[in-house]
Design a protein around this ligand. Structure first.
Ligand SMILES: O=P(O)(O)OC[C@H]1O[C@H](O[C@H]2O[C@H](CO)[C@@H](O)[C@H](O)[C@H]2O)[C@H](O)[C@@H](O)[C@@H]1O
Length: 259
């Protein structure tokens, strides 16, 4: 999608957004800035998208952020991004200051337990793998045979996912269990308020991004948020683009308009 091919309604919304004094430009990482890959450690950013988001961050009155389900350290390492981009990890719960609350002893014990249960499930199904994060764990099934993937997810739902205190996030070829509540929507609220943004632009491709889209709104000081779903699937976002190349186009357009 060249800049000329941005859908006219989306372009109009972006033009209105870009004309505001203070804005927040935020994107999900996997499936938006980085194309989906067989394993998490292969998902490097599209350099053009990352460069465009970084240019946004350098524009006056513009805060730019990556808001990811990954652990923040891992997001920083894989993306190579840092100042002036803001990095938020753990589905919106992990800022540069860490988590708002440290895990309680009970939560830490619960996390150990569900990690062990995920590892025991992964040991039974070739091609499945377990990712460990500070407050959650992810069972990856992308590289398993379809029947193994289904069986592994069923076991996860029937076992660790049902434990009291566990929060489930569905995702692309994963099930993720957290011992704290997370929300990319609350993360956007926090960034919006701290920066005094009149409007927020958010791009996301996965189920976890729906919490972000649900927090987008028309604001009192004249701004209208812009939500863009990347790819297929149900969404609350007003706009949709087909894939990660379109993320580059949108971010490059915003960076150019904000100059
Ligand atoms: O919020 P995001 O930045 O989109 O992170 C969501 C999850 O992304 C990663 O998993 C996904 O991407 C992998 C690499 O492309 C892919 O192999 C996997 O199937 C996808 O679900 C990451 O590993 C998770 O921790 C994130 O929660």
């Amino acid at each position: 999608m060249s800049t000329d091919h941005i859908d006219p309604e989306l372009r109009q919304a972006l033009d209105q957004f870009c004309a505001l004094d203070r804005v927040l430009v935020a994107s999900d990482y996997d499936g938006c800035i980085a194309p989906i890959q067989p394993t998490p450690d292969q998902a490097f950013p599209n350099p053009d998208s990352l460069a465009a988001l970084s240019r946004c961050a350098e524009r006056p009155g513009t805060l730019a952020a990556l808001v990811s389900g990954r652990a923040r350290d891992n997001l920083a390492a894989m993306s190579g991004a840092g100042d002036p981009l803001v990095l938020v990890g753990s589905h919106g719960a992990e800022f540069d200051t860490g988590f708002d609350q440290p895990l309680t002893a009970e939560q830490a014990a619960l996390l150990e337990q569900i990690i062990a249960e995920f590892r025991s499930i992964a040991a039974q199904f070739p091609g499945t793998d377990v990712e460990v994060k500070p407050a959650s764990t992810t069972l990856h099934v992308r590289n398993a045979a379809p029947e193994d993937a289904e069986a592994a997810l069923e076991l996860a739902h029937a076992g660790p996912a049902g434990r009291p205190g566990v929060h489930i996030t569905a995702g692309k070829a994963v099930i993720e269990l957290a011992v704290i509540e997370t929300s990319k929507g609350l993360a956007l609220d926090r960034l919006r308020e701290s920066f005094g943004a009149q409007a927020v632009l958010y791009l996301g491709d996965d189920v976890t991004d729906e919490k972000a889209f649900a927090h987008l709104r028309r604001t009192d000081d004249g701004g209208t948020d812009v939500g863009i779903k990347v790819g297929d699937g149900h969404t609350a976002a007003q706009f949709r683009v087909p894939g990660t190349d379109d993320v580059t186009t949108v971010l490059a357009y915003v960076a150019a308009q904000r100059r």
